[in-house]
Structures are given as C-alpha cells and as structure tokens.
Design a protein around this ligand. Structure first.
Ligand code: HEM
Length: 130
C-alpha cells in the first residue's frame, strides 16, 4: 500500500495506540510542573477529557468517527471558548503532546507530520492574543 493511502490512525497502530497516546498526554499534564497552567484549565478528574480526546482523535486521524457518533459535530473552537487560550496555553498543549508522542515511540516522520497538524488545530483554538 502506498504511504499516502495509510491513514495516520493506521500508521499509529489503531485504537489501542491512540488510547495509549491520549492517556500518556493526560498523565504528563497531571505530572509535569511545566504543564501546570494547562492542567489548571481542566476539570479535577481527567477521565471525561481522556475519553473525549480519544474519541475525537480516532476520527481526526482518519479512523472511526467515535466522537461524531456520540456527540455530533465537535464544534471544537466553540467548545474551547470558555477557556482562555493564548500562546502559552497553545505551546503547553503542543509540548505535552510532543512529549507524549515521543514517549509512546511514535515514528519520527509521523510525529513531525502530526505535530504540524496538531499545531494548526491548537493555534486555531486561541481566543486571546498573548
Ligand atoms: C490549544 C490549547 C488547548 C487547550 C488549552 C485545551 C483545553 C481544553 C479544555 C480545558 C477542555 C475541557 C476538558 C473537559 O471538559 O474535560 C478541552 C476539551 C477538548 N479538547 Fe482541548 N485544548 C487545547 C487544544 C486542543 C486540540 C489541539 C485538540 C484536538 C486536536 C483538542 C481537543 C479537545 C476535545 C475533543 C475536547 C472535548 C470537547 C467536548 O466534547 O467537550 N484540544 N480542551
């Protein structure tokens, strides 16, 4: 199969790999002082956040539309409006996700491709200037 025919979802390793990536992402958010500002925006328990990001990413990466099936269109930017997201929050989210990808052993070229796509989405979520 040509590389272009392989979704990022399949290249990562399907649902178990996406779930493991999301779990590492939120574990790091909980553990690392560098992500304390990002963590503070989230609810006390991250169980719901873990499930939602997992369902969302499956579809966003080209796999099954698990989020859409449950909740309809994500309206991601609107759903982030209650949280003040500027450059610092965007950059913490990206650093947390890049570290999670690295610790999960995501292949370097794939991590670069995903990093660029995550950045575009994270930057689009900004709702204040700084
Ligand atoms: C730019 C920095 C970002 C910040 C500070 C941020 C913060 C948050 C917060 C505080 C929540 C609510 C958590 C909850 O209700 O459990 C949330 C929900 C969510 N975020 Fe983000 N987020 C960011 C970027 C992203 C990106 C880049 C994606 C996708 C690639 C994403 C996907 C989601 C999803 C799917 C939800 C659940 C929406 C729902 O159904 O309520 N977020 N985010």
């Amino acid at each position: 199969m040509a590389e272009a025919d392989t979704s990022a979802f399949d290249a990562l390793g399907g649902e178990p790999a996406v779930r493991a990536l999301v779990d590492r992402f939120y574990d790091l958010m909980d553990l690392e002082p560098a992500f304390a500002g990002l963590r503070a925006l989230h609810p006390t328990t991250l169980d719901g956040s873990r499930d939602k990001l997992f369902w969302f990413l499956c579809g966003w990466l080209g796999g099954p539309d698990l989020y859409l099936q449950r909740f309809g269109h994500p309206r991601l930017r609107a759903r982030h409006l209650p949280y003040a997201i500027g450059i610092a929050e965007r950059d913490q989210w990206m650093a947390c996700m890049r570290q999670a990808m690295s610790e999960r052993g995501v292949d370097g070229a794939l991590a670069e491709r995903l990093g660029a796509a995550f950045f575009n989405t994270a930057d689009w979520m900004r709702n204040r200037g700084s």
